[in-house]
Design a protein around this ligand. Structure first.
Ligand code: MN3
Length: 205
């Protein structure tokens, strides 16, 4: 059984960056549907007890093509949104510190350069998808983008995502309409880098 991340903040808590109706629709409808559809497909495939990262990293072991596709899409949707909603917050830490900050500076030059890189990847992702900051067990960092509900785990990169930028239109269209760039710029204002640092510590432990 896979459990949807429950928001520790109210649906209006991310205003004005993300409006309450978008949070309610995104978390309460889209994310909830991915979770339900994942649980249905996982039960049929006999993989309900697997860890989600392990499951997304071994999709080729699911022999039924329809179930494999359902778990790739809905398992990705479940996992990606758990990450997205758990790394944004009304009063999150505005910048990384410690080991993560040092690695960002080493890899990308600066925190601002990383934000620019993620912005370029997110605005450049054609159609629906995501931009990511990921880490591997050795602590290396990778910035990348994926289509649909894919992510660096289902793509077999060996990296685990720790920052998720959702650029599906359902994430921003009610408020930002076609202005994806404005949404991405604003999204950085509510990212919680303390939560990201906790992800980095977990991935590299
Ligand atoms: Mn979404």
């Amino acid at each position: 059984m896979f459990n949807q991340y429950q928001l520790p903040y109210g649906s209006d808590a991310l205003e004005p960056v993300i409006d309450a109706l978008t949070v309610e629709t995104h978390h309460g409808k889209h994310h909830a549907a991915y979770t339900k559809n994942l649980n249905d497909a996982a039960e049929k495939a006999g993989v309900s007890d697997m860890d989600i990262e392990e499951l997304l990293g071994s999709l080729d072991k699911i022999s039924d093509e329809g179930l494999r596709k359902a778990i790739r899409n809905n398992g990705g949707g479940f996992y990606n949104h758990n990450l997205y909603f758990s790394t944004i917050a009304p009063n999150g830490a505005k910048e990384p510190t410690g080991a993560l900050k040092a690695k960002i500076d080493e890899t990308f030059g600066s925190f601002d350069a990383l934000k620019q890189k993620l912005t370029d990847l997110a605005t450049g992702q054609f159609g629906s998808g995501w931009a990511w900051l990921s880490a591997n067990k050795a602590g290396d960092l990778m910035a990348s983008a994926s289509p649909n509900q894919d992510n660096p785990i289902s793509e077999g990169t060996g990296f685990i995502p720790m920052v998720a930028i959702d650029v599906w239109e359902h994430a921003y269209y009610l408020k930002y309409k076609n202005l994806r760039g404005d949404y991405i710029k604003a999204l950085f204002d509510i990212m919680d880098w303390k939560a990201v640092e906790e992800n980095y510590a977990r991935i590299t432990k």
